[in-house]
Design a protein around this ligand. Structure first.
Ligand code: GCB
Length: 594
């Protein structure tokens, strides 16, 4: 044997291909488990945390974690346990410490996992509610998978890799803005980082329900679909409180059936929900489900067969103190404000919000537009980018399928009408329809500036053409809006998916002076009135409920905030625009009055 020298201690300094071994397995919708009514073990609490701007964690394999104290080292390294600080999970690192405020890049989370190993006939998964950008999971030094997309949940099976004791869970979360990601590097919100939603352990029987969908079909009958983890045959039992019971024959792990049960229909004015239980073998799950029909007829939207107008408002998931973290109280306040405005609908911009949002909207009766962040100049030519967008769409649909409040899947926002974008987004529309034939598909589109018409080649693939227009703000005056609406004759419903104006709370003056509350109030009132004049406009979603962080905005009034909220960032102080919008909604977009 030739005498080989010691391993080169500097090799990692020159290794630029360090990410490649950590690009697969990809954690996707295929690994999702149906979660309704499952008991979980929360991993919320303080985790250890370190920033890693140079990606040393992957280059130097920090995840192999050697706990030898620094005093006993024989060669130096670049990271030891004492360097890690603690951070709350769920949480956003940007708001945990002042010096982390603007940090974008990779960071590592670590915690001991003192957990009972799975018993016979049981499987144990880690579920991460969302992790910004990209996330890689490691258990006891082993890489378990990569998830792309910052707002949808993902699962990793950990049972087989657990030790009797001394388990260590690590997660690299990377918020680097990337041109090939979804969203890409340019967007109008704050790039918060972290494990900002629930992280929990899920124990399930060996054969368990991975998907359970309920929906209403023609004739107001209920359809059910059950998918299992294994290609087993058998029968699933379903019980719908107050309605009845039924069985779904399962063959090779899947089954679908319809039931002759006529439910009381869900609507914003009567958000009736049924407690549902499903049993297959040793697995038990449940859900609270509303049943309703949503359809497009010509330029009208119908809810349960009746025309409905969308008096909407947009909302980001953003909090002055908690960043992208939210809570039941926060969401209830948000819908409470929407109701006070007289709104019956909300656009959850520009990415999938917490799953609690749709659950609470189901309960309080708010129609939702949910969307994925195919925002601005996505790399439409790149097949990997498409795969990432499509997976986010599938994960969102899978997570929220049973939510009656969600009536539309949004597949993009303000994307230029190019051939590549048309291919990419038609592909997404087809995926949405395959996954969910009974909901509407929409996108927030741009105006065709040449023809000055509401016209977009993607419209063919959509049920609702969203129109983002800022007449009265980015474009002076409203004549353009009147001309645009008069010059357009879409064959399907249009919804104004954004319009508005920045107003600095407390800044008063003439309603012609930019950034005053008076200016914003005038824009909102005028917009609602003009938009309601076009019979093909089925709704409007002004931009937006609360002011939110956006470092793109650096005027003396904004200083890092987008001020188009009708309520300030404290989520309490109302601007004049709030009352103006409320007054406008009292008389406009009242079709169907639901
Ligand atoms: C838009 C974008 C939205 C921005 C908004 C604005 O058209 O879709 O994300 O925040 O305009 O305030 O300019």
């Amino acid at each position: 044997m030739p005498d080989i020298g010691p391993e080169d201690p500097f090799a990692h300094l020159h290794e630029e291909d360090f990410e490649t071994p950590f690009m697969s397995p990809l954690l996707t919708d295929a690994g999702m488990i149906f979660m309704g009514d499952r008991v979980t073990e929360s991993l919320a609490g303080d985790w250890r945390f370190v920033l890693d701007p140079f990606r040393e964690g992957l280059r130097q394999r920090w995840f192999e974690h050697d706990a030898t104290p620094i005093e006993e080292w024989t060669v130096p390294r670049d990271c030891d346990d004492a360097a890690w600080q603690t951070i709350p999970v769920p949480g956003c690192w940007n708001l945990a410490r002042a010096e982390w405020r603007y940090y974008e890049g990779a960071a590592w989370y670590m915690r001991d996992l003192d957990v009972a190993p799975p018993r016979d006939g049981e499987r144990l998964f880690l579920r991460i509610g969302a992790a910004t950008g990209r996330a890689r999971v490691f258990l006891n030094g082993r890489f378990l998978g990569l998830h792309r997309g910052g707002w949808t949940p993902f699962f990793v099976e950990i049972g087989p890799y657990l030790r009797e004791a001394g388990n260590l869970l690590m997660c690299e979360v990377d918020t680097t803005r990337r041109d090939d990601a979804v969203p890409m590097s340019h967007f109008d919100w704050f790039n918060y980082g972290g494990l900002f939603r629930e992280v929990e352990l899920v124990r399930v029987p060996a054969i368990h329900v991975t998907d359970f969908r309920l929906w209403l079909i023609q004739g107001d009958r209920i359809a059910a679909r059950v998918v299992l983890s294994n290609p087993t045959d058998g029968e699933a039992e379903i019980e719908i409180d107050g309605l009845g019971t039924g069985r779904v024959a399962i063959s090779a792990g899947e089954g679908e059936t319809t039931f002759d049960l006529s439910p009381r229909l869900w609507s914003p004015s009567d958000p009736h929900l049924y407690q549902v239980r499903l049993r297959f073998g040793a697995d038990r799950v449940g859900d609270r489900v509303g049943f309703r029909r949503i359809e497009r007829h010509g330029t009208e939207i119908r809810l349960n067969g009746e025309p409905v107008a969308f008096r909407g408002i947009c909302a980001h998931e953003d909090d002055r103190d908690l960043g992208r973290c939210t809570s039941e109280a926060d969401i209830r306040r948000r819908f409470g404000h929407a109701k006070e405005l007289g709104a019956n609908a909300m656009r959850l911009a520009h990415y999938p919000h917490s799953e609690l949002a749709a659950k609470i909207a189901d309960e309080v009766g708010i129609l939702l537009w949910e969307e994925i962040p195919v925002y601005w100049a996505i790399a439409f030519e790149n097949p990997e980018t498409f795969a990432e967008a499509e997976n986010q769409l599938r994960e969102m649909i899978r997570r929220d399928f049973n939510r009656a409040s969600v009536v539309l899947w949004g597949i993009g926002n303000e994307n230029a009408d190019t051939d590549a974008r048309l291919r990419f987004m038609s592909g997404l529309a087809a995926t949405a329809r395959r996954e969910d034939p009974d909901r509407l598909v929409g996108a927030a589109c741009l105006i065709n500036r040449v023809a000055f018409r509401i016209e977009d080649r993607l419209a063919e693939a959509l049920d609702v053409i969203g129109l983002n227009e800022y007449f009265g703000w980015y474009e002076p005056g409203f004549d353009g809006l009147r001309r645009l609406l008069a010059n357009s004759a879409p064959d399907r419903p249009v919804m104004v998916t954004e319009t508005g104006a920045d107003a600095r709370v407390g800044l008063h003056g003439s309603d012609m002076q930019l950034f005053t509350e008076e200016y914003q109030a005038r824009v909102l009132a005028t917009q609602v009135e003009i938009a309601d004049g076009a019979d093909y406009v089925a709704g409007i979603f002004p931009w937006l409920l609360y002011d939110f962080r956006s470092e793109r905005r650096q005027t003396r009034h904004q200083r890092g905030w987008n001020l188009k909220g009708v309520i300030a960032a404290d989520k309490t102080t109302r601007k004049l625009g709030f009352e103006a919008l409320r007054a406008a909604y009292a008389t406009h977009f009242r079709k169907g009055d639901s």
